[in-house]
Design a protein around this ligand. Structure first.
Ligand code: ADE
Length: 247
């Protein structure tokens, strides 16, 4: 996969893309990422990328011409139907399902919004979708672009050492993850649940599923409501109601 990012602070990406799994993914060539400085697509001496809003009001607006020039330049080298994604608080909420969908694409173009927003005509000409990473306002779309790159890149085949870890984790099956433990078995008076030490794989699987259901019900009940519960899930939830010890 190739990701083009258009930003006014290209240096923002240096360190996060140069460590851990993303650095390895880039070195292996599974994911290539190019950061483009929006100012390189301006035609004036001062490389101006923003201007005052028509109609007045606070803040500045990103000018349409540099952004659209940058996107058109990148699209000329991209496969047909390449998504052009604007990061902004007005976008559709970015979630794991969206990350999975984007991870199947060969090429993505991400636009980092800034200031009070981008000229509406950018949306009308080049943007194919708009994504928000949550209901809060960041100083700029760079942070959001990094989140999207991280969540998508780790789903690209060959990026994670163990592909199973992308499958069992929180949200992959619509639920939060069950609790994890490692050694020591006793620590500061707290014991690892017996079942995990038992070596009984079926009991461990059932316990984990029950814990995932319980945790999700407690913290994100709307997620439980949105998935199809199996007969076993219903039974595990019923057991929880009877037996407060398994919580
Ligand atoms: N830019 C500013 N806030 C944002 C958000 N919540 N998501 C995506 N882009 C943003």
């Amino acid at each position: 996969m190739h990701v083009d990012v258009i930003a006014i602070f290209p240096e923002f990406f240096t360190s996060p893309l140069d460590c851990s799994i993303l650095a390895r993914a880039r070195q292996s060539g599974a994911v290539t990422i190019a950061i483009h400085n929006l100012r390189d697509y301006t035609n004036d001496k001062h490389q101006v990328v923003d201007d005052y809003p028509y109609g007045g009001g606070a803040g500045m607006v990103m000018k349409p011409e540099p952004l659209v020039q940058a996107v058109e330049h990148l699209l000329a080298e991209a496969p047909p139907e390449t998504p052009v994604i604007l990061l902004s608080p007005q976008g559709r909420p970015f979630d794991q399902a969206k990350a999975e969908e984007l991870s199947t694409r060969q090429h993505l173009i991400l636009i980092c919004g800034h200031y009070e927003g981008v000229d509406e005509r950018v949306r009308e000409t080049v943007v194919t979708e708009e994504l928000s990473i949550g209901d809060y306002v960041l100083t700029g779309g760079e942070t959001a672009a990094l989140v999207v790159i991280d969540a998508v890149a780790r789903l690209v085949p060959g990026v994670l050492g163990n592909p199973a870890s992308a499958g069992s984790e929180s949200f992959a099956g619509g639920l939060l993850e069950y609790p994890h433990y490692t050694r020591p078995a006793q620590w500061r008076g707290m014991a690892v649940p017996e079942v995990l030490l038992s070596g009984h794989h079926e009991n461990i699987r059932r316990w984990r599923r029950q814990q995932a259901l319980y945790r999700t019900l407690q913290r994100r009940p709307e997620l439980v409501a949105s998935i199809q519960l199996s007969e076993e899930d219903k039974q595990l939830l019923a057991e929880l109601e009877e037996d407060t010890d398994s919580r």
